[in-house]
Design a protein around this ligand. Structure first.
Ligand code: TRP
Length: 483
């Protein structure tokens, strides 16, 4: 079959290369960068984890970003249709479209718990916003956050939120509704417009809070040392698996987002430099987020390994003790909210595009339908913090034994589905897709193309495959760790 101009069913597309880059960076930059990355880096001892992470981004993430965007653009449909089209063009089995199905499922599952976490962020936007307004009206605009509250009261906020299913679900509903509304508005009028406003605002706020931490605290140097002095004894198979899962998650790989966004890119865009920009912007933001968060955490003697509560409990305590903390706290949570929204729309767009292409539903109907089902799954995740707090969905499996519902979904997608999806993309693009089509799509030639193809065909499958294997069976490398 001949592959012609991107012919998405919606007929919609990006208005320019810049618009695509903004949307793709918007998809990449999200809770993954500001919540998940610092949390994992903190838990895994900083330096070595971050070094491995950067290595994974360059050697695996970057080539895969290009692979997925090119598959999407060459296939010109939703994630499943695109892979099917490229497979047909390459005279390969139609079964390869399973890559698209796996990815869309992963994106859909991620969306459902992502929206719950984004709901926590909304809670903190309101709490810190109210706090800042209070400070403003009492004539103390530069007060610390939650002035007069004890540390217990500040950290207690998270517990109160978790104990309140109605509030958790309500906030999750608000976030999902916002996501559905943008996606229902279309690629150009919804997704592109949201990215065009939210991403620049995000960058400005990120720089403000990072500069604030660098100026107000004395711990910027400590944070740099923590992040960039590797201690390789902190690395183990689980950490490697987490670093890879995080690299894939953060770059929005293997969850249908880039395959789908790729289909809206016009033929004249040169993909290799575009993919490079996306990967660098995303990684740059993750590093900045670390440099924003760790100095603030260190300055008040808090533990960088606090886990998922790092930004919701530790940071508010820090903001409490810092000048203008109430303002900065509000700015900080607003920034995370913007980042989360531009990511969730891409998570929703993947399955929505498939429903549009497959069932010929109108875009708003498809978006509401997909968002509705994802919302329902998210409700179960939210209940996992209160009514269903005893439930361990995959408790029989050692690597998920301690994981509540949301953690299980996060771990299952991040540790298994994303590596598997990335592995299959690498094998397909590296070995089975028509070579001429692929090369022409990358826009690369000569040595650069050979280098890229070497990474996709050999390095990615082997590295991703090994990390997946050892992540699932930690006992394979270090028998002692298995017990
Ligand atoms: N990259 C986003 C973040 O870091 C979340 C994400 C994961 C995502 N997989 C995705 C977004 C797939 C879009 C598509 O927060």
């Amino acid at each position: 079959m001949a592959l012609t101009q991107a012919g998405t069913t919606s007929g919609d597309g990006w208005s320019s290369r810049t618009a695509f880059i903004l949307a793709a960076v918007g998809a990449a930059v999200g809770l993954g960068n500001i919540w998940r990355f610092p949390t994992l880096a903190g838990e895994n001892g900083g330096g070595a984890f971050i070094l491995v992470y950067i290595g994974f981004v360059i050697l695996l993430g970057l080539p895969l970003v290009l692979s997925e965007i090119l598959l999407g653009r060459a296939g010109g449909e939703d994630a499943i249709g695109s892979v099917r089209n490229v497979a047909a063009h390459s005279k390969r089995s139609e079964a390869w479209k399973g890559i698209g199905a796996l990815q869309i499922t992963a994106g859909f599952l991620i969306l459902s718990f992502y929206s719950v976490v984004a709901g926590w962020v909304i809670n903190y936007v309101f709490a810190s916003g109210g706090d800042f307004l209070g400070a403003l009206f009492s004539g103390e605009p530069f007060a610390g956050a939650f002035a007069g509250e004890s540390q217990e009261e500040i950290t207690g906020r998270m517990g109160e939120l978790f104990a309140n299913p109605a509030l958790l679900i309500g906030l999750h509903a608000v976030f999902m509704a916002a996501t559905v509304w943008i996606v229902a508005s279309g690629v150009g009028d919804g997704i592109e417009k949201a990215a065009k406003w939210l991403m620049p605002a995000f960058f400005v706020l990120l720089v403000i809070v990072t500069l604030y931490g660098a100026i107000v605290t004395d711990e910027f140097g400590d944070a740099v040392a923590f992040m960039f002095t590797p201690d390789f004894s902190a690395l183990n198979p689980t950490a490697l698996n987490e670093a890879l899962g995080q690299a894939l998650f953060s770059l929005s790989l293997a969850a249908g987002g880039l395959l789908t966004y790729g289909a809206y890119v016009s033929r004249d865009v040169n993909l290799a430099p575009t993919a490079t920009m996306i990967a660098f912007a995303d990684t740059g933001v993750a590093m900045l987020a670390g440099l924003m968060i760790f100095p603030i955490v260190f300055s008040v003697g808090l533990d960088p390994a606090a886990g998922p509560a790092l930004i919701f409990q530790s940071l508010p305590i820090a903001f409490n003790q810092m000048p203008a903390g109430s303002l900065i706290g509000f700015v900080f949570f607003t920034l995370i909210f913007f980042a989360a929204l531009t990511s969730s729309i891409s998570l929703l767009e993947g399955p929505t595009a498939w429903v549009i292409d497959r069932f010929r539903f109108r875009r708003p109907v498809a978006a509401i339908l997909v968002g509705g089902v994802a919302f329902a799954i998210g409700v179960v995740c939210a209940l996992g913090y209160n009514v269903l707090s005893e439930v361990r969905p995959l408790g029989f499996w050692d690597i998920f034994a301690d994981s509540d519902i949301l953690d299980t979904l996060d771990g299952f997608t991040g540790k298994i589905m994303l590596p598997l999806g990335a592995f299959l993309v690498a094998v397909f693009v590296g070995w089975f897709a028509d070579r001429r089509l692929v090369q022409q799509q990358t826009g690369l030639s000569g040595g650069m193309f050979m280098l890229w193809r070497f990474l996709v065909a050999f390095v990615c499958p082997i590295a991703v495959g090994l990390v997946l294997l050892f992540g699932l069976f930690p006992g394979l490398i270090t028998p002692a760790a298995a017990g």
